[in-house]
Design a protein around this ligand. Structure first.
Ligand code: R5P
Length: 313
């Protein structure tokens, strides 16, 4: 693309945006992102973007609505300032778990978020490990769907020892866990069948697969309340797992999740830095894996019209 490459950041994850810009040898674009006294978001783009190939980095993490709105307003400002192309770089895509109706009179909020991004003027989306890959289809613009698993598997390989079993904490995550097991030298696979009794409460029912005496790696797309992982780790310990690790693409860490993880029988939790880690981890052993090299390379490739698929093959 001919336009000059520019990277802007919302306020959700400035550290990641800065690291991406640094790796691209670009200064972060100058923008004011603040609030009016009544709480409305205010954005001002402070430099010329006419014809530019602009990438706006913003995870729609908590406060989710504020960060989504900020992103929409930044895209609107860039559209009205005649940017040539606007890519919403959304390391963590909030609302992706509301991607289908599970009962009557429910919204499909992931689709609404996609509509809003397009209506604001996004011409492309780049994101990481969507809760459901089908959310890509909610957009009628190109979506670059990046994977954190190669980075997470590299980091985990350095600490894992003994016979490894990769565990999906629920039936829906089997494909993800299977992919991860292949990245860990064809580790074996086990599945926990969980029962969600309330939005913030889960009860594991059964573990299918052999975990006794093995190093178990629970793999999930995200950790929110920590309920899925906490209960899953408990079930694995009861079935004789030797050590239990966790690997999740997004450390959302809502509510008391860090305490839940600190009290669970876990050696360590690995997450990407798509969402900033809280200052205090309250005793939970967490390793954040840097995604800036991945995003920077993907941005470089998109700007130069090179393949993204080649990054993962
Ligand atoms: C569920 O389908 C997801 O893959 C995660 O397992 C879930 O969203 C994690 O949430 P929590 O940490 O609140 O159990």
């Amino acid at each position: 693309m001919d336009g000059e490459l520019k990277v802007f950041a919302g306020s959700s994850n400035r550290a990641l945006a800065q690291n991406i810009a640094d790796l691209l040898d670009q200064p972060l674009g100058s923008a004011t992102v603040e609030r009016f006294p009544d709480g409305e978001s205010r954005v001002q783009i402070n430099e010329n973007v006419r014809g530019a190939d602009v990438f706006v980095v913003q995870s729609t993490s908590a406060p989710v609505d504020t960060h989504l709105m900020q992103l929409l307003i930044m895209i609107d400002a860039l559209t009205r300032a005649s940017a040539g192309r606007i890519t919403a770089v959304i390391p963590y895509f909030g609302y992706a778990r509301q991607e289908k109706k599970t009962t009557g009179r429910e919204p499909i909020t992931a689709k609404l978020a996609a509509n809003l991004l397009e209506a604001a003027g996004a011409t492309r989306v780049m994101t990481l490990d969507l809760h459901a890959p089908a959310v890509q289809g909610f957009f009628d613009i190109p979506v670059d769907h990046l994977q954190a698993s190669p980075l997470l598997a590299d980091a985990m390989r350095r600490v894992l020892c003994g016979e490894v079993v990769v565990v999906s904490p629920d039936a829906g995550g089997v494909a993800r866990a299977h992919d991860f097991s292949q990245r860990l030298d064809d580790a074996s696979l086990a599945i926990i069948f969980k029962n969600r009794t309330a939005p913030d409460a889960v009860q594991p029912l059964n573990v299918v697969g052999d975990v006794a005496g093995r190093t178990a790696v629970l793999v999930d797309d995200l950790i929110s309340t920590g309920g899925t992982i906490g209960e899953g780790a408990q079930a694995l310990q009861e079935r004789g797992a030797r050590e239990i690790y966790v690997c999740a693409s997004h450390g959302v860490f809502a509510g008391a999740s860090l305490e839940v993880l600190a009290h669970a029988p876990l050696e360590r939790v690995f997450v990407s830095d798509s969402v900033p880690l809280p200052r205090q981890t309250n005793g939970a052993a967490i390793t954040q894996v840097a995604t800036a090299p991945l995003f920077a390379e993907a941005v470089r490739r998109v700007h130069n019209e090179e393949s993204i698929t080649a990054l993962f093959t």
